[in-house]
Design a protein around this ligand. Structure first.
Ligand code: SF4
Length: 211
């Protein structure tokens, strides 16, 4: 089985295993809210981010509300999440830049999104796919890094290189599906410390089944 066939088989099995629309579990009602939540989610669990944004988005109703606040105030308001000072700065600056350069709207291209403070390819991919339904890349997070390596789909640890490896062997219509299915499988079965090989639907095609 070459890598393309392997990816197709992995997708087939995981789609059967995890039904429903693969999408971020972060709560949002607008692309801007998703952008803020995704910036907050680095090194922080989605559950915690959802808890904090439930209150945050009641106080900050628009891009303007964030831009008119201060980095210090935003940092205080997102304080339970890791790196809140840095994230507060980035969110404040990002809101200002959206108003200045993008008419207050979240841009719909990778090229533009990655010019925003706090936004790298992973964040941009999540926003493009979950807010706009655009498949422009593959969001590579810690689960995708681990599973891609364990499944023999890449030898890299660098997210950008992993994304290139996955893109090369996956149909574009499945880029978004692949990221979310690997994340779901990483959370449920192929966990970092104790992967449940015996319960895994990929067992027979996984080179790491004995780790
Ligand atoms: S067989 Fe084990 S290492 Fe391979 S994907 Fe499944 S749980 Fe992960």
């Amino acid at each position: 089985m070459d890598k393309k066939e392997k990816i197709a088989e992995i997708l087939k099995r995981l789609k059967k295993e995890y039904t429903g629309k693969p999408s971020t579990v972060l709560h949002f009602t607008t692309p801007f809210e998703l952008l803020v939540a995704t910036i907050m989610s680095a090194q922080t669990t989605d559950v915690l981010v959802n808890k904090v944004t439930a209150e945050l988005f009641k106080r900050y109703r628009s891009v303007l509300d964030f831009a008119n606040s201060s980095p210090e105030q935003i940092a205080l308001d997102i304080r339970p999440v890791n790196f809140y000072n840095n994230k507060g700065k980035n969110i404040h600056k990002m809101a200002g830049m959206l108003l200045e350069k993008f008419g207050g709207k979240v841009p719909r291209t990778m090229e533009e999104l990655v010019t925003l403070p706090g936004v790298a390819r992973k964040t941009a991919n999540i926003v493009l796919s979950s807010a706009f339904g655009i498949n422009e890349g593959i969001a590579v997070d810690t689960h995708v890094i681990r599973l891609s390596n364990r499944l023999g789909l890449t030898r890299h640890q660098d997210p950008v290189k992993i994304e290139q490896d996955l893109i090369a062997v996956t149909e574009q219509e499945d880029w978004n599906n692949l990221a979310y299915l690997l994340i779901l499988h990483g959370r449920a079965v192929c966990q970092a410390k104790k992967p449940k090989h015996e319960a895994c639907v990929l067992y027979d095609i996984c080179p790491s089944r004995n780790i």
